[in-house]
Design a protein around this ligand. Structure first.
Ligand SMILES: C[S@@+](CC[C@H](N)C(=O)[O-])C[C@H]1O[C@@H](n2cnc3c(N)ncnc32)[C@H](O)[C@@H]1O
Length: 327
C-alpha cells in the first residue's frame, strides 16, 4: 500500500469510539503517568487520554493497520507527549522498549475492527460491500483471506469457521468453498457472501448468513485471539503498581478470554488447601475494578457498534511486593 493511499484512507473514514469517557475514566489515574493505547484506530480514545494528561505525561499508540498509523503519525507531529508504533499490541514489550518505558500506568485495548476498516470496501472486511476479499488489518502481512481460501485444506477451513464463528454449518460452507474454487478462485467479498448464503440451509432472523463466516475468517487471518492472549500477558507484566488494564471486547470469544484471564489473576495463587501460608503469600497482585460494563442505551441508539461492547478493568495492586518493600 502506498503512503498516498494510507493518507487518503486515514482521513476519509471516521470511527466513533465506544465507551469513550468511561474507558478513559478508568484508565487515567495519574496525569503525569505513561499510558498505552494498544488499538489506536482513529485516535478517539488517545485524544481523550491526552486531554487528561499533564505535560509530563506520555501516551504510546499502537496499531497493526498502516492507515491508522498514518493518522497516529499526524497526531505525533501535533503533540509531543504522543508517540506511535506500527505493529501488534502483542509486541508491547518491543514497543515499550522503543520509548524506554519499562512500566506504564495503564493499557487500553479496544478490540476488533474499526468503522473505517469496515466501511472501506477495498479492505474486504464487510459482506455488505463488494471488494477484494482481503480482511488484513496489517496490509503489509500475508496471507489475505482470498490467498488463504485459495489453498487451505477443506478441514482447516471448516475448523476455522466453526471455532472462530461458532457456525454450525461450517462443514457445508467449507465444502462449497473448495468445490467452487476448482472452477474459479473466491476473490471478492460478494462471492464469499453469496456462496455462504447458498451453503447455509437455515437462515437466522435479522442476521446475514455470512456474518459468522466473515467474523471467523477475519479472526483467523489477523491472529486476533493469539495476539490477545500474548497482549494481555504483556500488558499486566508492564503495569506499574496501581496501573490498570482496560479491555473493550465485541464478541463472546474475546470476552471469554479476557474474563478468564482477569479473574484468574485477581484470584491470586491457587495454593492447595491446608498448605500453611501467610496472608501476603495468599494475596493476589491484581484486583478486578467494578463489574463488566456495557454501553448505555443512549450510546447504543447512537452507535450500533456499541451494542455488543463489554468493558472489563483489572488493576495491579502488588500487595505482596509492596509489603516486601520491593515494588
Ligand atoms: C475498535 S478499533 C479502535 C478504535 C479506537 N479506540 C478509536 O477510538 O479510534 C480497533 C483498532 O485496533 C486495531 N487492532 C486490532 N487488533 C490489533 C492488534 N493485535 N494490535 C494492534 N492493533 C490492533 C485495528 O487495526 C483497529 O484499528
Amino acid at each position: 500500500m502506498t503512503s498516498d493511499r494510507s493518507q487518503e484512507a486515514g482521513a476519509a473514514y471516521a470511527h466513533r469510539s465506544v465507551l469513550l469517557d468511561s474507558a478513559v475514566d478508568y484508565l487515567v489515574n495519574d496525569p503525569d503517568g505513561h499510558y498505552v493505547d494498544g488499538t489506536f484506530g482513529r485516535g478517539g480514545h488517545s485524544r481523550l487520554i491526552l486531554g487528561r494528561l499533564g505535560q509530563a505525561g506520555g501516551l504510546l499508540g499502537i496499531d497493526k493497520d498502516p492507515e491508522a498509523i498514518t493518522v497516529a503519525k499526524n497526531l505525533e507531529t501535533e503533540d509531543a507527549r504522543f508517540h506511535c508504533f506500527h505493529g501488534s499490541f502483542a509486541e508491547l514489550e518491543r514497543a515499550l522498549e522503543s520509548r524506554s518505558w519499562p512500566l506504564v500506568n495503564g493499557v487500553l485495548l479496544d478490540l476488533g475492527v474499526s468503522s473505517p476498516q469496515l466501511d472501506d470496501a477495498s479492505r474486504g472486511f464487510s459482506f455488505m460491500r463488494d471488494g477484494p476479499l482481503d480482511m488484513r488489518m496489517n496490509t503489509e502481512q500475508s496471507p489475505s483471506a482470498a490467498e488463504w481460501l485459495a489453498t487451505a485444506e477443506e478441514a482447516d477451513i471448516a475448523n476455522v469457521i466453526f471455532r472462530y464463528g461458532e457456525e454450525r454449518f461450517s462443514r457445508r460452507i467449507a465444502r462449497l468453498i473448495v468445490e467452487r474454487r476448482q472452477e474459479a478462485p473466491v476473490e471478492t467479498t460478494r462471492q464469499l457472501a453469496e456462496l455462504v448464503s447458498e451453503a447455509v440451509p437455515k437462515k437466522e432472523k435479522h442476521k446475514h448468513p455470512a456474518t459468522r463466516t466473515f467474523q471467523a475468517i477475519r479472526i483467523f487471518i489477523n491472529r486476533e485471539l493469539e495476539d490477545l492472549e500474548v497482549g494481555l500477558r504483556a500488558a499486566v507484566d508492564h503495569l506499574a503498581p496501581g496501573g490498570r488494564l482496560v479491555v473493550i471486547s465485541f464478541h463472546s470469544l474475546e470476552d471469554r478470554l479476557v474474563k478468564r484471564f482477569m479473574r484468574d489473576l485477581a484470584r491470586g495463587p491457587q495454593l492447595p488447601k491446608g498448605v500453611p501460608v501467610t496472608a501476603e503469600q495468599d494475596a493476589s497482585d491484581f484486583r478486578l475494578v467494578g463489574k463488566a460494563s456495557k454501553a448505555a442505551a443512549e450510546e447504543v441508539s447512537d452507535n450500533v457498534r456499541a451494542r455488543s461492547a463489554v468493558m472489563r478493568v483489572l488493576e495491579r495492586t502488588d500487595i505482596r511486593k509492596n509489603s516486601q518493600g520491593s515494588a
